[in-house]
Design a protein around this ligand. Structure first.
Ligand SMILES: CC(C)(COP(=O)(O)OP(=O)(O)OC[C@H]1O[C@@H](n2cnc3c(N)ncnc32)[C@H](O)[C@@H]1OP(=O)(O)O)[C@@H](O)C(=O)NCCC(=O)NCCS
Length: 148
């Protein structure tokens, strides 16, 4: 689906166009903690796919996929700059990443797409077809953060 009419003619979604500086600027724009440049460079290099959204040359948003590219895919770092939020950019980014999964997974296979939603953003993902866990006999998503 295309983003809202006001943006659809100008929004550019660059597949694998996400660079370290844009990644860091977008995290900063929504108040997320800084990451080390080297760590970001390695993370982007190991991603299965990324999307950088540009509007009129301005950085509007991003998202990326990590995982094994066959059974399990994870959506990561879906961020829209505050001045572009609420105009369909986030939806366009996620749909582009979902299209990548459809195109590059084995035909006929069943794949799982996971994510960790930020508090209050669950509804955004529910509109895109995701369901929250725990549900239907599935346990909670879990995490372990390690400080090295
Ligand atoms: C979450 C985020 C990516 C959404 O991007 P966005 O461009 O503002 O969202 P969109 O305009 O594409 O919204 C798509 C749909 O989700 C809905 N939606 C958006 N945010 C929502 C929310 N927090 N709760 C419920 N629904 C939401 C919209 O109303 C829209 O519905 P519609 O298609 O039926 O009209 C953006 O708000 C953001 O970057 N937030 C800060 C960073 C963050 O928390 N990222 C999530 C990491 S898990």
């Amino acid at each position: 689906m295309l983003p809202h009419a006001s943006l659809k003619n100008e929004l550019l979604l660059l597949e694998n166009g996400l660079d370290v500086a844009s990644f860091m600027a977008l995290r900063r724009s929504v108040g997320l903690p800084e990451r080390e440049k080297l760590q970001v460079k390695r993370a982007l290099g190991a991603s299965l796919c990324s999307v950088l959204a540009l509007y009129g040359g301005e950085i509007a948003g991003m998202g990326r996929l990590v995982g094994d590219g066959a059974i399990i895919w994870y959506l990561q770092d879906v961020i829209v700059s505050p001045r572009f939020q609420g105009q369909g950019v986030g939806r366009a980014i996620v749909e582009k990443l979902l299209a990548h999964i459809r195109e590059s997974s084995l035909p006929g296979s069943c794949v799982s797409i996971g994510l960790m939603a930020t508090a209050g953003k669950e509804g955004f993902y529910e509109r895109l077809g995701f369901h929250a866990r725990p549900s239907d006999g599935q346990g909670s998503g879990m995490m372990l953060n390690l400080q090295l």
